[in-house]
Write a protein that binds this ligand. Structure first.
Ligand code: RUQ
Ligand code: CUA
Ligand code: CA
Length: 642
């Protein structure tokens, strides 16, 4: 799909040949995907329109010398591996994976009692879910920048939101949203809409993509016109669901304003279609805005209903009920058909919706949306200050803090750099305004994009990462399953410069990149964080209460506090292990053969497992995590008497 494009100015105005996909949308998408099976494009990095050779400083930036540390953290969603990943940037090295929604063998996530309590269990104690699909991750704010407290991530399959503590890099809470399916877009607020003293995150907004019968308990199955989708607010601290908004159409991605007053979701299915051809029947869809202060007033005033067995207040955000701007809770700004992505510019002025099926980006001015709510502007669509052609299949947008936006073009396999002010001038009638600044080929079919600090007021325009959905020929072949290709681009100059390819295991979606000094990670736990902590090895031992047996053990390299312990066949054993080593990087493991037990304990961490001792015999419990020259000798004997 890539072709030589020399003249940017012609490009800016001359997309005529490939005008609106509109009716050809489906064909366009099909072509785009088919292109992934085309013969490999031959010239790799230099085939982009930014053909300039990487600047020396730039190309070396991704190759850190041994011992050198990265300058940025990246938080990546893992996709249907259900995890969150931590990368160092600009090197692109993966440093850590944080299990959230699905079990993880390394740390024993989903096996220990503590992780099961976070993940949620059925009455029989087994995990409620073992699959997940994480798409979007965003972190908590203060003063318009990250404050290093939390990150949140969604699970689209089971409509769950997980919170990760950014001091220990662990998932500490998971909440399942009621009344929705296909929870996709997620974004924390950046301030309170009313109280200026609360200039930090206290809410997280969650958009549901699929419409379902409400309540979804077997009724209205054959009445798709009754299916509805909701927008949900979760409390950032308690992780309880605060309220939901019943809407027309669906939610895709989510964005929030810096003043806390507005949240929005792009909608590709205002048609409420059940089949995809129905979802494309309308020429324009919407970017749906939520007036947070008014929604919370309505909840306070008792103007809500509830659905089924859920007690969560549901307010009415449908079109018909929100026609009067002065009382409206919601506002549906129209955007070209089937948009994707909605991103807040770091100057706090605009939300930008990418066109997906339309080759355009739509720039919506937030102060004008507020004017509409205040009754000062009659035509809501006047909030659209630009709608300009940028290329085929626009999906997501990042920013450099210098007025430029960077949008992924899925079908063109490109990133387009465009100037927001110039686009606004062009839209206002100045046809000499050259808003397209640069284009760069990426490899291949990019989805998400983000720049360093892009989602904050401190966007610094240094690095751009692009999540390419297809890697085709970019890595050594490893059978049918290809990795994805995360590409790093230098955006510090006028031209984008491709710096590096990184294979990633499927299937990262969204990510954020921010300066490393915004986080203050702790590398040793506080022993008091754990109610079951065994603070003195002398407390170790076996206590019995009928058939329930508690085994307390501590670890200090290279030994466990008990050389052996004895239980009886049929006992319900709860084994508690505290790692009393307080040295950084001194982690131990604890495995019990034939009992399907293995987990790790980090410095001063306590974990527990519960199992039935159903097989008599001798079982050598051993340390699985290399900790000491005598690591192999670090064992204890579990004796199960017949
Ligand atoms: S969506 S490729 Cu799940 Cu993030 Cu846009
Ligand atoms: Cu303890 Cu290896
Ligand atoms: Ca549509």
């Amino acid at each position: 799909m890539s072709q030589k494009k020399d003249d940017m100015s012609t490009e800016a105005v001359g997309l005529g040949r490939r005008r609106f996909l509109n009716t050809a949308a489906l064909t366009g998408l099909t072509l785009g995907v088919a292109a992934c099976n085309d013969k490999p494009e031959t010239a790799p990095a230099a085939s982009g329109t930014s053909a300039a050779a990487p600047a020396a400083h730039a190309s070396s930036a991704t190759h850190l010398k041994p011992g050198e540390l990265d300058t940025y953290y990246g938080i990546w969603s893992g996709g249907h591996t259900g995890d969150m990943r931590i990368l160092g940037l600009p090197s692109g090295r993966e440093i850590h994976r944080i299990p959230c929604f699905v079990p993880d063998a390394l740390v024993g996530w989903g096996l220990t009692n503590e992780s099961k309590a976070v993940m949620g269990t059925k009455p029989d104690g087994s995990l409620r879910y073992t699959v997940a699909d994480t798409h979007h991750t965003h972190a908590s704010y203060k003063d318009g920048n990250y404050d290093g407290r939390y990150a949140w991530i969604n699970d689209k399959i089971n409509s769950r939101i997980a919170r990760v503590r950014l001091d220990y890099f662990v998932c500490d809470k998971i909440t399942e949203l009621p009344n929705v399916q296909g929870f996709h877009g997620i974004f924390p607020d950046k301030a309170d809409p009313v109280d200026p003293a609360i200039n930090y995150t206290t809410r997280v907004f969650c958009g549901a993509e699929f419409a379902i019968p409400l309540p979804n308990n077997g009724g209205d199955i054959n009445n798709p016109e009754k299916y509805r989708s909701m927008f949900t607010c979760v409390d950032a601290e308690s992780m309880e669901v605060r309220w939901q908004v019943l809407i027309d159409g669906n939610c895709d991605l989510t964005a929030t304003s810096y003043d806390g007053k507005l949240a929005a979701t792009n909608q590709y299915n205002i048609e409420n279609g059940v089949h995809y051809e129905d979802m494309m029947s309308s020429e324009r869809d919407a970017c749906l805005f939520f007036n947070i202060a008014r929604i919370e007033e309505a909840v306070k005033a008792g103007k809500f209903t509830t659905v089924g067995t859920s007690k969560v207040p549901v307010v009415d955000g449908t079109r018909d009920s929100n026609k009067d701007p002065k009382t409206a809770l919601t506002a549906y700004v129209s955007v070209p058909k089937n948009p994707h992505g909605v991103n807040a510019s770091p100057d706090a002025k605009y939300f930008i919706c990418a066109g997906k099926l339309s080759p355009t980006a739509t720039v919506i001015e937030l102060s004008k949306v507020l004017d509409w709510f205040d009754g000062k502007m009659e035509d809501l669509d006047k909030a659209i200050v630009a709608e300009v052609e940028i290329g085929l299949g626009p999906l997501h947008t990042a920013f450099d803090g210098r007025g430029n936006a960077y949008t992924t073009l899925f079908l063109d396999s490109q990133v387009v750099k465009w100037n927001v002010d110039a686009a606004i001038k062009f839209h206002a009638g100045d046809k000499t305004a050259k808003y397209v600044v640069d284009r760069l080929d990426v490899h291949y079919q990019p989805g998400h994009i983000n720049a360093s600090q892009s989602e904050t007021r401190a966007a610094d325009g240094k690095y751009l990462a692009v999540g390419c959905k297809f890697s085709k020929d970019r890595f050594l072949p490893v059978g049918p399953l290809h990795p994805e290709n995360e590409q790093i681009i230098d955006i510090s100059g006028d031209k984008m410069v491709l710096l590096a390819d990184h294979p990633v295991r499927g299937e990262p979606h969204d990510f954020i990149i921010f300066k490393r000094d915004l986080l203050k990670p702790k590398q040793v736990y506080d022993i008091d964080d754990f109610p079951l902590a065994i603070k003195d090895p002398k407390e170790s031992g076996v206590t019995r209460n009928g058939k329930k047996v508690t085994v307390k053990i501590t670890s200090q390299a290279p030994a466990f506090s008990l050389r052996e312990f004895t239980v009886k066949k049929g006992d319900e054993v709860t084994l508690i292990l505290t790692n009393l080593d307080k040295i950084e990087d001194l982690t131990h493991g604890f495995a019990i053969p034939k009992y399907n037990v293995n987990f790790i304990v980090n410095p001063l961490e306590t974990k527990s497992v519960t199992f039935i001792a159903d097989q008599p015999g001798v079982f050598w419990c051993y340390c699985t995590h290399f900790c000491h020259a005598l690591h192999l000798e670090m064992r204890t004997r579990m004796i199960v008497e017949a």
